[in-house]
Design a protein around this ligand. Structure first.
Ligand code: AMP
Ligand code: MN
Ligand code: MN
Ligand code: MN
Length: 281
């Protein structure tokens, strides 16, 4: 069985490992084909590709785009695109700008709640990375305001909480177009994780197909068995390919280890069949 892990992060976004370390860890966990899918950047691909070549592991260019669908934040994974595509790179630059604008607003909201100076700290911590809410979560942990990152999201940063900021992400439709223009496949990330009803989830997946999306992530570390069964059904009904990935960020998060998630149900048409990725291994 070839192990595909088509969703992972490096320290160029909110992961802990460098692209090189990530690829080596994937190798040691038995992954044969890895996609590095950092948030709104693919600047780690080159380093990952070089390491993958040495380690004899197949590496796909990837990215996870923050996008907007009817005021809901969704994530769209792009796979196997041309990472020399300058137009795609420029578009993602706009997303990263939107992240810094959001960071300013998050810091203002925290300040209003008696937590000052987080923007300066975020600038130091994020340095050359793509800035995201995990940086603020870590600041709150480091200051002893919350016990862990999970609590930081739960009490301050997630939707409906005081430091949550609505962001002007690219629309889901456009994110799919960007990926296609660069020659990639568009996959709806972790559909089981969005805070919506099953009815709305059905509509989201159907819309994703209508807008040209190629596949959905059926198996990922945060999906329960019931999510996987439901999403396998939805992928069949909508004639979408099925994808899988750990969404690995940190070695400490043992529940989202590289290569560790349930296999796709038999009924699924795996996305690697669309382009014959198996033969590249
Ligand atoms: P952002 O892309 O900046 O909006 O941040 C979202 C990221 O924060 C996700 O990709 C996860 O890595 C992380 N995240 C989201 N929710 C939680 C949570 N409840 N606990 C810890 N990390 C989270
Ligand atoms: Mn993340
Ligand atoms: Mn995500
Ligand atoms: Mn992710």
């Amino acid at each position: 069985m070839v192990q595909f892990d088509l969703h992972s992060h490096s320290n160029l976004s909110d992961g802990a490992l460098s692209p090189k370390e990530l690829v080596m860890r994937a190798k040691s966990k038995g992954v044969a084909c890895l996609a590095l899918t950092d948030h709104d950047t693919f600047s780690g691909i080159e380093e990952a590709r070089l390491t993958a070549k040495e380690a004899k592991l197949a590496l796909l260019a990837g990215v996870e785009i923050s996008a907007c669908w009817h005021k809901l934040d969704v994530h769209v994974v792009g796979l196997d695109f041309n990472s020399d595509d300058e137009g795609f790179g420029r578009r993602l630059e706009g997303q990263r700008q939107a992240r810094w604008t959001r960071a300013e607003k998050i810091a203002q909201k925290l300040e209003q709640r008696g937590i000052p100076g987080t923007l300066e700290e975020a600038r130091i911590k994020a340095k050359d990375q793509v800035v995201g809410r995990p940086v603020f979560a870590q600041i709150l942990v480091d200051r002893g305001i919350v016990k862990d990152r999970g609590q930081a999201f739960k009490k301050h940063l997630k939707v409906g909480k005081p430091a949550y900021v609505m962001t002007e992400w690219v629309s889901m439709e456009e994110s799919i177009e960007w990926i296609h223009q660069a020659g990639g496949l568009a996959v709806l990330a972790h559909p089981g994780r969005y805070p919506i009803s099953k009815t709305k989830l059905r509509r989201l997946v159907a819309d994703f197909k209508t807008l040209g999306g190629d596949g959905i992530e059926v198996s990922t570390s945060t999906h329960k068995v019931s999510d996987i069964d439901f999403l396998a059904k939805l992928s069949c009904e909508n004639e979408l390919y099925s994808s899988q990935g750990s969404d690995f960020h940190l070695p400490e998060s043992h529940w989202a280890e590289l290569g560790k998630f349930p296999p796709l149900p038999e009924v699924c048409e795996p996305i690697w069949n669309k382009r014959g990725w198996e033969s590249q291994i």
